[in-house]
Design a protein around this ligand. Structure first.
Ligand code: HEM
Length: 307
């Protein structure tokens, strides 16, 4: 059974990225073995909050933690260096993507997981995300509209017999933490902001092909296979930030069955399409601070961790 990747957007999320310390492998395996039980322990206390958590495992940790074969497509995030903007590749062996309708249960689960994992791991990043008005990112645009749903989403996200017979039901996930230059963004007119996204701000209506700029975010992230079929990922971005520190951010998270798809979108954004000339206008106001790929094993894998 796949982990619960596909679900309606929630109001709260915590993104926890850890690395496994040298010698911490057995301890981590034990915590992973008890993971679904830990999730149930917190979830059952307030069922209406609909707490969920997806665990991902990074390429560098896989062979340290498990003796069997690795998922075919698992690799580290490739750093990208465009003519104007860079996407760094940053460490991450474990990802916990915690989601619920309330922050208290997310925080409780994060706390319980950290109590168990602290002796064996180092925290690389912890981000608390919040739903912002009508699912807008902090730069004011509705985010998540074109996400595939239902069976279509499953097809784009969950591995099947053809993609990787050993890891059927698994998935891949990519995270990037972005901070925005809000002063620069707010100096743009609303029309120029819309040009950067390719959708209108207030009503979220998509621009038509004649008016949508080629360097808009949605022009560059719509990609197709050789037959002209659109290739999609499932995103659950969350705003985060600190008013005191003047930090306004978007935590990008994208699930896919094939990391090539996510990487192609990233190449279009950072290197440009055509390469070297047409990067994503959104990046002129958004800086990527992290970038990490993970594999998402099935629930069955977690409940019966291989030796
Ligand atoms: C669409 C925001 C990063 C992939 C969108 C939309 C917004 C948005 C507002 C339009 C509404 C929607 O369909 O969701 C952001 C922000 C980001 C970010 C603020 C970070 C600063 C990324 C990254 C990727 C990506 C890193 C891919 C690796 C997509 C895709 C679409 C989309 C595939 C849908 C395109 C379509 O089918 O029209 N994003 N995004 N986004 N974004 Fe992003």
């Amino acid at each position: 059974m796949p982990q619960r990747i596909l679900r309606p957007l929630t109001e709260s999320a915590i993104f926890l990225v850890l690395t496994v310390d040298e010698g911490g492998e057995d301890g981590v395996r034990e915590v992973l073995d008890g993971f679904t039980g830990t999730l149930r322990t917190v979830r059952s206390r307030i069922v209406a909050a609909d707490l969920g958590c997806v665990v991902g495992i990074g390429a560098r940790a896989w062979s340290r933690l498990f003796s069997g074969p690795a998922p075919k497509g698992l690799r580290t995030f490739p750093a990208l260096s465009g003519t104007v903007h860079d996407a760094p590749s940053t460490p991450g062996d474990l990802l916990f993507h915690i989601r619920a309708h309330r922050m208290d249960v997310c925080f409780e689960l994060a706390g319980q997981l950290m109590r168990q994992l602290r002796p064996f791991t180092t925290v690389q990043d912890e981000v608390h995300g919040f739903r912002y008005f009508d699912s807008r990112d902090v730069i004011g645009f509705v985010d998540g509209t074109e996400n595939p749903e239902g069976l279509e989403a499953q097809r784009f996200v969950v591995l099947d017999e053809d993609t990787d017979p050993v890891f059927v039901g698994g998935s891949y996930v990519t995270v990037q933490k972005y901070v925005h230059d809000m002063e620069g963004w707010e100096r743009l007119t609303v029309e120029h902001q819309a040009d950067a996204i390719g959708r209108h701000k207030w009503d979220n209506v998509e621009m038509d092909d004649e008016t949508k700029p080629a360097d808009s975010h949605t022009a560059l992230t719509v990609i197709e296979d050789a037959d002209g079929t659109q290739l999609k990922i499932v995103r659950d971005n969350m705003p985060f930030g600190s008013a005191a520190a003047d930090e306004f951010g978007t935590y990008f998270i994208g699930y896919s069955r094939d990391l090539d798809v996510t990487e192609q979108m990233l190449r279009n954004m950072f290197l440009g399409d055509p390469e070297g000339t047409n990067h994503d206008r959104l990046l002129d106001f958004s800086t990527a601070l992290t970038g990490t790929h993970f594999f998402v094993p099935t629930v069955d894998f977690l409940d019966d961790i291989p030796p």
